[in-house]
Design a protein around this ligand. Structure first.
Ligand code: SAM
Length: 288
C-alpha cells in the first residue's frame, strides 16, 4: 500500500488540489508528508492488530490510514467538517475506521469508547496533535481516567520536554508533575519541521505516556495538591518559602508554613524545581 500512501508530497498535493482545501492555521493544521515518520510513531505506540486506537485530528487521513492497516479499529475525532468528503474518499478502503466530527475537548470520549470498543482490551491514543490545544487535550484524556494504556503523540518539542522533565532541570514544572502523576512520560523521537506541510514554526517530538494503574503518589486532596504545585512554581527564581507564603497569605502565617515544611523535612530555601513529586505530595498532605 505504501506506493500510494497519503503522506507523500505528491499524493497530499493531489488531494488538497482535488478538493480545493485551504489550511486553517487556527486549527493547527500541519499535515505529515513522510511515511517513515508515521511508521515510527506507530512503533513507539506499540500498535498491533489487537489494538483499538483513538486518533485526534486525522486531517486528510495520513496517519489514520497507517493506523487502520496496523490496528484492529480506529476512532478519529476531527473538528473540521470540511475534511469529511476528503476522508470519505482517502479512507474508503478501510472498514475499521470511524470518524467523529467533534471537538475532542467537547466530546464524551468515555461514552464513545464504550460504544465502539466494548469488547477490545488494548486501547491506545495515537495522534499528531493540533499544537494550539495540546495541553488541554492531554489533560482531558488523563483526568477523565479513560480505559487507555498509553498515549503517543506528536507535539511541540518544548512541551514534550516539559511534560517528561525531571526535577532540577529547566523544563521541570507544574506541567511535568500533572502529567507524571498519571503516567510514565518519555520523549521518544525528535521530528524535523521539514516533514510537515505547511511547516510549523516550532520543532516537534513524539511524546510517549504510559498510563499508571494508580497515580504516582498518594494525595489527600488532588485539587489542593495541584494548587500547591502551581503556587510553588509561581515565581521560579523565588524560594519555596516565598512562593508558599504569598499563596497561603490568607490561610497560614509564615511560621505555620515553616513548621509544615520542617515536618516533612523540606528546607524552605529550596526552589520548587528541586522538589520531587513525592516531596510535593508529602508537603500538600501535611496541610490537610
Ligand atoms: N493527522 C494529520 C497528519 O498527521 O497529517 C493531521 C494532523 S494536524 C497537526 C491536526 C488536526 O487536528 C487537523 O486536522 C485539525 O483540523 C484537527 N483539530 C484541531 N483542533 C481539534 C479539536 N479541538 N478536536 C479535534 N480535532 C482537531
Amino acid at each position: 500500500m505504501t506506493f500510494k500512501a497519503i503522506a507523500t508530497p505528491t499524493r497530499t498535493k493531489e488531494i488538497l488540489n482535488k478538493y480545493g482545501f485551504s489550511f486553517k492555521k487556527s486549527l493547527g493544521q500541519n499535515f505529515i508528508l513522510d511515511v517513515n515518520t508515521l511508521k515510527n510513531i506507530i512503533e513507539v505506540a506499540g500498535v498491533s492488530d489487537k489494538t483499538a486506537v483513538i486518533e485526534i485530528g486525522p486531517g486528510i487521513g495520513a496517519l489514520t490510514e497507517q493506523l487502520a492497516s496496523h490496528s484492529k479499529q480506529v476512532i478519529a475525532f476531527e473538528i473540521d467538517q470540511r475534511l469529511a468528503p476528503i476522508l470519505e474518499d482517502t479512507l474508503s478502503e478501510y472498514s475499521n475506521v470511524t470518524i467523529i466530527y467533534q471537538d475532542i475537548l467537547k466530546a464524551d470520549v468515555e461514552q464513545i469508547v464504550k460504544a465502539h470498543f466494548s469488547n477490545l482490551q488494548d486501547i491506545k491514543v495515537v495522534a499528531n496533535l493540533p499544537y494550539y490545544v495540546t495541553t488541554p487535550i492531554l489533560m482531558k484524556l488523563l483526568m477523565e481516567r479513560l480505559p487507555i494504556s498509553s498515549i503517543s503523540v506528536m507535539i511541540q518539542k518544548e512541551v514534550a520536554d516539559r511534560m517528561a522533565a525531571k526535577p532540577n532541570t529547566k523544563s521541570y514544572g507544574s506541567l511535568s508533575i500533572a502529567v507524571q502523576y498519571y503516567t510514565e512520560a518519555s520523549v521518544a523521537l525528535h521530528v524535523p519541521k521539514t516533514v510537515f506541510t505547511p511547516q510549523p514554526n516550532v520543532d516537534s517530538a513524539v511524546l510517549h505516556l504510559k498510563l499508571r494503574e494508580t497515580p504516582l503518589v498518594e494525595v489527600i486532596d488532588e485539587t489542593f495538591f495541584f494548587d500547591l504545585v502551581q503556587a510553588s512554581f509561581a515565581q521560579r527564581r523565588k524560594t519555596l518559602r516565598n512562593n508558599l507564603t504569598r499563596y497561603f497569605s490568607q490561610d497560614y502565617s509564615k511560621e505555620e508554613i515553616e513548621v509544615r515544611m520542617k515536618r516533612v523535612g523540606i528546607d524552605g530555601t529550596r526552589r520548587g524545581e528541586s522538589l520531587s513529586i513525592q516531596e510535593f505530595a508529602d508537603l500538600a498532605n501535611t496541610f490537610l
